[in-house]
Design a protein around this ligand. Structure first.
Ligand SMILES: Cc1cc2nc3c(=O)[nH]c(=O)nc-3n(C[C@H](O)[C@H](O)[C@H](O)COP(=O)(O)OP(=O)(O)OC[C@H]3O[C@@H](n4cnc5c(N)ncnc54)[C@H](O)[C@@H]3O)c2cc1C
Length: 201
């Protein structure tokens, strides 16, 4: 099956994308990496009139540390965050999660914010963001709000995002001193459990 007809707009700037979202209303959809959206369109589970492509919006392609958070912009791919040299020290749970997300070709195109916006309950990144107490930055043409991940996710493929809002960024808290992270039953978890009683935080 092929998608139904739609108009395509490549957003040059964040404001360009926000203005298009405001004009397009419920008939507009953001296109980030397309890894989930294209399947939805091909199956005609959604039939938007307008796709707003943010994948080459340079000002959204950012990954930075700010206010004790790793802040990932809407156009930053999962791969670009995964390959950040300091990630394992900054947000170790995120570094551990990436290899579990499909294979690298998908992570090379799929964005962190796209996975969060899509809100698939089986996806790794919404889980990591919620478990760490992270935040979602939502921006519309004339307003901006920051929601805790736990309030943003409302159910399967359902979020608190309004149709005119872009997930501008997501904010993962940096690992705090005295904390440790490990996947259950891993050698690292065993090592931490051995170490922990001897050195309380
Ligand atoms: C073969 C395959 C295997 C996969 N396996 C896994 C897996 O094991 N684990 C996992 O977690 N994921 C998996 N995924 C999903 C993958 O991680 C996607 O990249 C991700 O779900 C969506 O990111 P995207 O950038 O491609 O978003 P898109 O597909 O472009 O968009 C997804 C949805 O979010 C909306 N959206 C995107 N960005 C924004 C934004 N900034 N603001 C507002 N709305 C936005 C779109 O309008 C659309 O509704 C898999 C995908 C494929 C194709």
């Amino acid at each position: 099956m092929k998608p139904s007809a739609f108009d395509y707009l490549r957003a040059e700037t964040t404001q360009h994308a926000l203005d298009a979202l405001a004009r397009g209303g419920e008939g507009a959809r953001v296109l980030a990496g397309g890894q989930s959206l294209m399947a939805v369109l091909n199956m005609r589970l959604a039939q938007p009139q307008l796709l707003i492509d943010i994948s080459r919006t340079a000002e959204l392609n950012t990954v930075r540390v700010e206010d004790a958070h790793l802040v990932v912009g809407a156009a930053a791919t999962q791969g670009s965050v995964e390959w950040r040299a300091t990630l394992a020290d900054e947000v170790p749970l995120l570094a551990m999660a990436f290899p579990h997300i499909s294979h690298f070709q998908i992570r090379n195109r799929g964005t962190v914010c796209g996975s969060v916006a899509h809100a698939d309950p089986s996806a790794e990144l919404p889980l990591v963001l919620t478990a760490l107490g992270g935040e979602v930055v939502l921006r519309a043409a004339r307003r901006r709000r920051v929601l805790p991940a736990a309030s943003f996710f409302q159910g399967m493929l359902m979020t608190a995002r309004e149709p005119d809002e872009l997930v501008e960024a997501v904010r993962f808290p940096l690992q705090r001193p005295g904390r440790a992270t490990a996947l259950p039953n891993s050698p690292r978890a065993t090592a931490i459990l051995r170490w922990w009683p001897a050195r309380p935080p």
